[in-house]
Design a protein around this ligand. Structure first.
Ligand code: HEC
Length: 94
């Protein structure tokens, strides 16, 4: 289910393999918001970043969709897709 939601709502900005496009690469060790923990990922998906073009998805997603998406993003860490967007943010400390 995470995959379907991702393809429908996220891939246009983060790329079909999460490699980054308009939005940042979600598979590398660099994060603009937090350290890439499940909690950090869920918070930014839910609240968005209004002034940077990341929409707040909290009001639009069911709870299980949010959890599946969070798990999907978290699981793709280190997946090294082709043509990644250059790192943005800080390298995670953990
Ligand atoms: C309209 C384009 C757009 C869409 C659609 C979008 N995002 Fe984003 N996203 C962004 C941008 C731009 C940022 C960077 C925000 C910043 O610079 O602070 C971002 C940031 C993020 C981050 C934090 C990355 C980091 O380095 O801290 C996560 C996680 C994320 N998005 C997940 C998602 C998920 C999951 C979806 C689908 C539900 C989604 N995004 C849909 C544009 C988008």
């Amino acid at each position: 289910m995470g995959n379907q939601v991702y393809e429908g709502k996220c891939a246009s900005c983060h790329g079909p393999q999460l490699q980054g496009l308009i939005g940042p690469n979600l598979t590398d060790e660099f994060w603009i918001h937090g350290q890439g923990t499940r909690l950090d990922i869920m918070k930014v998906i839910s609240e968005g970043v209004a002034d940077k073009g990341m929409p707040p998805w909290g009001p639009l997603l069911k709870k299980d969709e949010m959890l599946s998406l969070t798990a999907l993003v978290h699981s793709k860490k280190g997946s090294s897709p082709p043509n990644p967007k250059l790192p943005q943010g800080q390298k995670a400390q953990n």
